[in-house]
Design a protein around this ligand. Structure first.
Ligand SMILES: NC(=O)c1ccc[n+]([C@@H]2O[C@H](COP(=O)([O-])OP(=O)(O)OC[C@H]3O[C@@H](n4cnc5c(N)ncnc54)[C@H](OP(=O)(O)O)[C@@H]3O)[C@@H](O)[C@H]2O)c1
Length: 362
């Protein structure tokens, strides 16, 4: 590809992080931004020097020589926007979860492959040096044969108003879709396929105040999920996700020759500047009989939020320009595999029975 990679961004919430990350690469131009409310699109365009702002998603497709569209809008809008972008022959970055369910995701994967474009879902944790080191250690079978896995993560959203995340038709199954999309992606990436699951999801905060007016309304998504996971590799696992308590992202993997423990604070809050932890010290991988944390190659990329964003979106931009796929990039195929497990956990929590993960596309 000659000249700058031209990307449009749909979404002005987390979408701002895309703009900051993409614009760190000198060979990338952010050519347009969409938000439902025009003033938000204009404000983001002004902030980042983006030439075109619109409140109509389809307008993005009329930007001359546009190469790619990034979709960073609520989960229920992903499938429609991705289909539109693919029909116009654009590369697509879609934020997680790829869609509301695996049926939609399978359709998006099929359409993306047919369109012959590059496609990915953005899972920032994959880029963290601790996650990359875990991937390497697991690929090298440094812990031997898998015995068991324990994963958990929590963020405290108890005081949040009734935004789209708390409504099933807009977000899918709540905390399972939101935090589960990150942790399940890591587990599938590190350990491989999950064969069947047993889920137990609950809504501990059943009402939330509306964003406007403050009248409380019912919540129809779970905010607490516990699960048993049976991996195809011998070994059993568990997963606990919470919107009711702050708990670091933690994954422990035991094998018959050793043990690895990964830990990360919320990268989102760090990227946002809301949490000022030092990731070089606090993204950790321990185990393999050592008393101090294992060395993490590339941790200087995560020394500052702007470096980390520039590094992550630099890798993404290079991939969209035609470079080989780095291991840290999750494609629509990966997004689909995650949604198959989320759907199965959601169903299992209803039926109280183990649910098999389909091995075909869906
Ligand atoms: N990868 C990660 O770590 C990460 C982190 C955060 C979020 N996310 C994902 O990013 C996506 C967006 O989340 P967010 O927190 O940025 O949400 P947000 O702050 O609510 O922003 C959503 C954006 O989408 C627009 N929008 C809202 N409803 C829409 C609709 N029905 N149709 C079209 N556009 C609509 C909003 O426009 P107006 O404001 O103008 O109405 C805004 O520009 C979600 O899929 C979420 O899961 C991922």
């Amino acid at each position: 590809m000659q000249g700058k990679l031209r990307v449009a961004i749909a979404g002005t919430g987390f979408g701002e992080k895309y703009a900051a990350g993409l614009l760190a690469s000198p060979d990338v131009q952010v050519a347009g931004v969409f938000s439902r409310r025009p003033e938000r699109a204009v404000a983001m365009a002004d902030k980042f020097g983006i030439a075109f702002a619109t409140r109509h998603f389809d307008d993005l497709l009329r930007i001359p020589n546009l190469d790619a569209i990034a979709i960073v809008t609520p989960n229920n809008t992903h499938a429609g926007f991705v289909r539109t972008a693919l029909a116009a022959g654009k590369h697509v970055i879609c934020d997680k979860p790829l869609a509301l369910n695996a049926y939609q995701a399978a359709d998006l994967l099929r359409l993306a492959d047919q369109a012959g474009v590059r496609h990915l879902t953005f899972v920032p944790y994959r880029f963290s040096p601790a996650a990359a080191a875990m991937k390497q250690a697991m690929s090298d079978a440094q812990i031997g044969r898998l015995v068991n896995i324990r994963a958990s993560w929590g963020v405290d959203l108890r005081d949040e108003p009734l935004r789209w995340r708390f409504q099933r038709k807009l977000s899918g199954p709540g905390v399972l879709a939101d935090l589960g999309a990150h942790v399940l992606d890591l587990l599938l990436w590190w350990v491989g396929p999950i064969r069947r699951v047993l889920g137990n999801c609950k809504t501990l905060v059943p009402q939330r105040p509306a964003e406007v007016g403050g009248r409380t309304r019912p919540v129809d998504v779970p905010d607490e999920c516990w699960a048993l996971l049976e991996f195809a590799q011998a070994g059993v696992g568990s997963l606990a996700l919470s919107w009711n308590a702050t708990r670091n992202q933690q994954v422990e993997i035991e094998g018959d020759r050793g043990h690895l423990a990964y830990e990360s604070r919320s990268l989102l809050q760090w990227l946002d500047g809301a949490d000022r932890f030092d990731p070089v010290a606090e993204l950790t991988l321990t185990g393999l009989g050592r008393t101090s944390p294992l060395p993490l190659p590339g941790k200087e990329q995560f020394a500052q939020p702007d470096h980390a964003l520039g590094y992550m979106f630099g890798e993404i931009a290079a991939y969209l320009r035609g470079a080989d796929k780095p291991d840290s990039i999750a494609t629509f195929r990966d997004g689909l595999e995650v949604l198959k497990v989320i759907d199965a956990l959601d169903e299992s929590s209803e039926t109280r029975a183990w649910v098999e993960i389909p091995t075909d596309t869906v």
